[in-house]
Structure formats: C-alpha cells, structure tokens
Design a protein. Structure first.
Length: 747
C-alpha cells in the first residue's frame, strides 16, 4: 500500500454529501494530488494518507485514498498554520498568530484541556473563547471518532455514513452494540457489522451477535433465495454455520427474538415456520386484499359478449382461439383474473382486446409492469402508456432505503377502474402488497404473465401461488398461433418447457446451436458472435441489439469474465474516453451497465438540460449506457431515457452489462440473445432457467456449448423450492366465506 504524509495545501473539490474530495498534499517542495472519500479533511491539516497510486488520463498521477489519519502538529509554526487554515470557527490568521504567541508549542493543549485560558489572549473575550472551545472540541471528537473507526478497518466512506447517522454518539453506539449498524446505516449488512464487532472484541456468543445473525439469515433467505419464511430447523442449521456458536445458545436467542415480536413462529403441517414479522404481515395482507377485492361490489361491471368479440375480430382482422375468448370474457366477469401462457399464445392480443372493450364501456384502464424495459414493451405492444409499478404507485422517498414508500395507498388509491399488470412472474410479495393496498374496492385487477418462467428476484412466488390457490380465476393460454409457430424460438421454448429437446437446425431459422465443449471455446465463440459475426451478418448494433446471457457469474465463461472480454472488444480504452475504477469494475464512457440493487433514493431526470421531468428511484435490472465520467461522478442514461448521476457510494450498485445472468434478464426482451451454456451444479442448471433465457430473444437466439449440458437442463425440472404460504392462506381465507371473520384471522 502506498503512503504519503504532508500538509493539506488546497481542497480542490469536495462533495459535502458523500465526502468525496480532491486535495493537494504538500511535503517539502512537492505537491501530490489525492482523491477519494476524505470526510472532514481540512486545509492546513497534516495528514498521512494510505492508498494506491494511479495515473489519470487527464490529471496524471494521483493517490487514490483508502484511508487517512490527521497528525496533530506539535511545533508552534505548524500549529499556527493549522489554526489559521479556518479549521476552527472563530479563529482566523490574526487570532491564530495571537494564540501561538501566547502559548507556543502548548497552544493545542490549552485549546483541548484548559480553553478558559483563551481569555488571556488579547481580543478574545468570554463569549468568543466559548465558541472557539466548542468548535475545537467538536473537531477533536470527529477526529477521535474517525481514528476509532479506522482502527477496525472501517472505510472512510462507511465511517462518514456512521458519523452522519450517529454524530457524537457514534463510538458509544458501536461499543454498546455494533450490530445496531445493520438497523440504522443504509448498506451495512450483518457480515460488515460482524467483522467490526469481532475486531472490537465482541464475544462470538454475545446475545446481540446471535440475534443479529438469526435476523440476517431470514433476510438473506428472502433476498437471496426468495423465501418468505424458513423452517425452524433449517434456520437454526444455517445460523449455526454462519455464527459458529452452540445450537442451544442460538435457539435461546431465537426464542428471545420471538418474545420481542421481531420474528414469528407459526406451526405448519410439515414444520415450524419462522417469519420475519414484516414478511408474515405482507403475506397475510396480500391474501386478505385479494379475497376482499374478489368479493367487493362493483358499480361498473362490463358486459362483454361473444358478439363483441366477433365484432372486434372483424374490425382488427384477427381470430381468437377458444382460450383467448375465455380469457377476455373472464376479465369482464371476474374482479381478479390471471392470464398466463408461454410465448406465441396471444397474451398481447388478449390484453389489447380487453383494453379496447373496457374503454368502450367507459372504464379507465391503467397498464403497468415491474421493470422499465417491460413497461416500454407493453407500451409498444398496446399503443397506450404503461408505467413501472413504482411509477404507477407514485414512489415517495422514505427514511428506510430498504422499504419504498408510495404515494398511492388505501388513503389515496388509484382512480383506475381496471389495472392490468404484465410480467407478473417478476412481482414479489412486498410489491404485490403495495399494489393491492392502492386499489379501491371494486377495481378490476388483471394479472398477465408466464407462470413457467423464473420467479421474482425478491421474496415470494406470487403468480404461481395465486394460480395454485384455485381461489382466483385463471385462464391458461396453450395454443401457439400459426405465425408464432413459424418461429423456432417459440417452438423450441415450448418444447423445452414440456421436457423435449429443442430442434437444432441451423439453416433458415432464428434458433441456432453452436457446439463447443471447453469453457475457453465457449468464451471465444460467444465473444466472436456478439462483437463481429452477428453484427456483421445482420447489420445490428452489438451493444444495443445483442445481449449475452450466462447461468452464473464465476468461471472462465461466466458473466464477470465475459464482461471484461466484451468490454475490451466493444469499448476499448481510448484517450478520448474517461475511466473510473470502482471495486473490481473499470467503467469507461460508452460502457453498457446495469443497476443491481433497488435504490429508491437515487435522483433521475428525463429530457434535456432543462430537466423536463424529475423523480426518484433506479431499480435492480435497469440497463443503460455511461454518458460521461467526471472526477467525482458518473452519469448513466437508462433505456427509458432516465438520466442518473452516480457518486462514489452509489457505484457499488452498478455493473457492466454486456453479459448478465439469466436471472437478471427477467422481464426484458432483446433483439438477439447469445447464451453461454456452461456446465454447473444440478440445482442451478434447471429447465425453467433455460426456458427463461430462450424466451428473452425476440428475433434470434444462439446457444453456445455442449449438447450434453443442454440435454441435462431440459431434463432437469427440479426447481428450487421457495418457502411461501400464500396459496394456503388464500385458500383458507376464501373458505371462511362471506360471513367469515377475515380480520380476526389476520391477527
């Protein structure tokens, strides 16, 4: 690690929000530029900075700081320069000189331990002495807090967030319970807090640690595997593995969490289910709201008939098959309906007919989808504006970045008579809860999606659970239309979904298979296809029109490796392109990137410099292009024309997106998909993963890999179980009947 020590000569730039700074540090006759998160650094301070030297294309050699410490001066001359820098409110150049003349090398000791003596200095009265003493004490407190935090390898970025959260109480809070960080400081998870706690000497069996660990396992199971609850034994096994603590002690703290009401244990037929309270509340409320919506009286009931459908067919020059007719009529008859089916089965045609007939009846219709890309596709397919669910529900910033707040709720519900949501397989439990809370009694809800695709990234399996409950009307479209059947993408998607091998004919088709056995050969072919072969043959843009997918991130032909290779070929280094290093990513102007975590606080603008429209929120899976890179920020233009400026702290949520995992591609549609078929563990290489990848392609798909891997994925229909109970809750609640005490059941 590189290190420099010297006087902070100049603060060239500072971002007060995130602590990022560009400073000049002078040692002797040499000045060195230092960049990084340098909260509270002041001109005139003597500092020791640790980091790594880099060479910027424009600004030359710089030290990228990882941490720094302030060195308190001891000589009168240094002390005078330190005090004259404006570091302490109430002290300017003349006052600094007077203080040092009065106390010499002992000046800082007087300020710290006997500030009353400042009144001995000419021109400093009691009031001014008190102000100077108070400000010096605050500076010292901040410095001591920074030194305390850095002692436990806490980065300046995190240290700043901790100090902004707790202020002067930071050290007290951390000494009392370092795991409080996971509750109060955005972006701090259990493993970070645990590293700090153990470094501070917290005992591995400390109750705070064990409770935080159990809570972490539940939250990680929701965010990582989509579980709404965990069986008690599985939770204890996982917690033991993470905490390395005796099982009896972990069980005791689980009981304590239950007594405190933070977790709920519910007896089921096959296990004791352990819920985080927020998840249990959400699951119960989704079940209740769906049943109440189903039973609510409707003042505006559309009356579609087969004659209406006949007229629509003639008007549009189309033909509805029997399943489509049932789906359209069911949308008129049922307050809540699910329309599901694979590619080419006419879901879009059904949606278009429902919209037109509802509007002819005088009903207002709102269209929505979980992601920006899905909403854009829905808009293009229907000719009417579709919004993301977050935009439809009017996201409003809240104090907790993990849980969004929406302007639309039971207090101010949506005014639409009909709400149609596409790509429902992507909607998780929490988002479904927010949607249902925003619907007025009597609103018609139409849920559209492919139940055979991968489930949502977030917790729950909402679409599948609703279908399996048999409480809500479901119409499954199965007939593939003649025009769609001419596409090998559609034909092979249905073959894969039914457990049959796809037809691997590479002539005059939109479905190609390139046999490659080794990882190196797969990687070479994927990169050649995405950068030269396909763009050259089809005259398409390799960045905007082609998406490389892979089942996993790691490995020679995984997403991370492919992104590095594709970046070098599609957007190589240039003196005309600025770069920014963030963790393992080297971002470059022109790079294709993706947001990998919901950030409800991120500000965006849409339009030219006048910012015609502004809002909050950038979401997991959003894809865009890096427009510009500045010294302390990076600007991304997303597919839906939202422009977001990223600071240093936000960059951890951004990744290159020339290649992405199949899971991240959910809800998106790409002109051309190149899929790297890599060998992997059976629990990952499953049929619905392959099915989801193939159905992301609109015009053509190329599979690259071994036929054996392809055969194993088609045969492997053992999808990972998600622990949810929504289907059962819906069934039980519905079985209470109209006179059942649903609210009592909710308790």
């Amino acid at each position: 690690m590189d290190e420099i020590e010297g006087i902070v000569e100049e603060i060239i730039f500072r971002n007060e929000e995130n602590g990022y700074a560009v400073v000049s540090v002078r040692k002797g006759n040499t000045a060195q530029t230092v960049v990084g998160t340098l909260p509270f650094i002041k001109q005139g301070e003597r500092v020791r900075v640790f980091g790594a030297f880099t060479t910027h294309a424009v600004f030359g050699k710089q030290l990228k700081a990882e941490r720094y410490e302030t060195i308190i001066p001891t000589k009168a001359e240094e002390i005078e320069r330190y005090l004259a820098s404006g570091l302490i409110k109430g002290i300017g150049e003349m006052t600094a000189k007077a203080i040092v003349e009065a106390f010499g090398d002992d000046a800082l000791n007087v300020l710290a331990n006997d500030p009353g003596r400042l009144r001995e200095v000419e021109g400093i009265g009691p009031k001014r002495a008190a102000i100077i003493a108070e400000n010096y004490a605050a500076q010292q407190e901040t410095r001591e807090t920074m030194l305390f935090l850095q002692k436990y390898q806490i980065t300046p970025n995190l240290a700043m967030r901790i100090i902004k959260t707790y202020g002067s109480n930071a050290v007290t809070v951390l000494k009392a319970n370092p795991y409080q960080l996971t509750q109060d400081v955005p972006g701090v998870g259990f493993r970070t807090a645990d590293h700090i706690a153990l470094s501070m000497g917290v005992h591995p069996s400390d109750p705070h640690r064990l409770r935080a660990g159990v809570t972490y396992i539940l939250k990680d199971a929701a965010g990582g595997a989509g579980h709404v609850y965990l069986p008690r034994e599985k939770l204890l096994d996982a917690a033991q593995g993470v905490l390395q603590a005796p099982r009896e002690e972990v069980e005791n703290e689980l009981k304590a969490l239950a007594l405190m009401g933070e977790v709920i244990q519910e007896e089921r037929e096959d296990c004791t289910a352990v819920y985080h309270r927020a998840m249990l509340d959400a699951e119960k409320e989704v079940a209740l709201q769906l049943v109440l919506l189903q039973r609510a009286p409707r003042t505006k009931a559309p009356k579609f008939t087969n004659e209406d459908l006949d007229a629509f067919e003639e008007e549009q020059g189309i033909f509805f098959e029997a399943g489509q007719r049932r789906a359209i009529l069911q949308a008129a008859q049922s307050p809540v309906v699910v329309i599901t089916g694979g590619p080419g089965t006419g879901k879009t045609t059904v949606i278009n007919c429902i919209i037109r007939l509802m509007q002819r009846e005088g009903l207002t219709v709102s269209l929505a989808a979980p992601t920006g890309r899905a909403a854009k596709r829905m808009t293009e397919a229907t000719g009417q504006e579709a919004k993301t669910l977050h935009r439809l529900l009017e996201y409003a910033a809240g104090e907790d970045d993990a849980l969004p707040l929406f302007g639309k709720s039971e207090e101010d519900p949506l005014k639409a008579d009909v709400v149609i949501v596409d790509e429902m397989s992507m909607v998780d439990l929490m988002l479904m809860r927010s949607l249902l809370k925003a619907l007025r009694p009597g609103t018609r809800l139409i849920l559209v999606g492919d139940a055979d695709q991968l489930p949502s990234v977030g917790a729950g399996n909402v679409l599948k659970d609703i279908i399996e409950s048999r409480v809500i009307a479901v119409e499954r479209l199965t007939e593939v239309f003649r025009q769609a059947a001419q596409s090998h993408i559609v034909t092979n998607a249905h073959r894969i979904n039914s457990g049959e091998m796809p037809i691997l004919i590479n002539r005059d088709t939109d479905f190609f298979f390139e046999r490659r056995e080794s990882l190196a050969a797969i990687s070479d072919s994927v990169c050649a296809l995405a950068t030269t072969r396909l763009p050259g043959f089809y005259h398409i843009d390799p960045v905007r029109d082609i998406q490389v997918l892979a089942p996993m991130k790691k490995g020679e032909a995984g997403v991370w490796a492919l992104n590095r290779l594709l970046q070098e070929r599609l957007n190589p280094p240039s003196r005309h392109k600025k770069e920014r290093l963030s963790g393992d990513n080297r971002f470059r102007e022109g790079d294709k990137v993706m947001q990998v975590r919901n950030n409800y606080q991120a500000e965006w603008s849409r339009g030219a410099a006048q910012k015609e429209e502004e809002g909050l929120g950038v979401y997991n899976g959003d894809i865009g292009i890096i427009e510009s890179i500045e010294e302390n920020s990076l600007t991304v233009l997303f597919d839906d024309e939202r422009r977001v400026e990223y600071d240093e702290a936000m960059l951890q949520d951004l990744e290159l997106a020339y290649a992405m995992t199949i899971h991240k591609s959910q809800g998106s549609e790409f002109s051309t998909v190149v899929l790297a078929l890599l060998p992997g563990p059976p629990q990952m290489m499953v049929r619905n993963l392959l099915y989801t990848a193939v159905t992301r392609a609109k015009e053509r798909v190329v599979l690259v890999g071994s036929e054996g891997v392809l055969q194993r994925m088609v045969a492997n229909n053992k999808t990972a179980q998600r622990y949810t109970a929504l289907a059962e809750r819906l069934y039980r609640l519905d079985s209470l009947g109209e006179g059942g005490d649903a609210l009592k059941w909710m308790q």
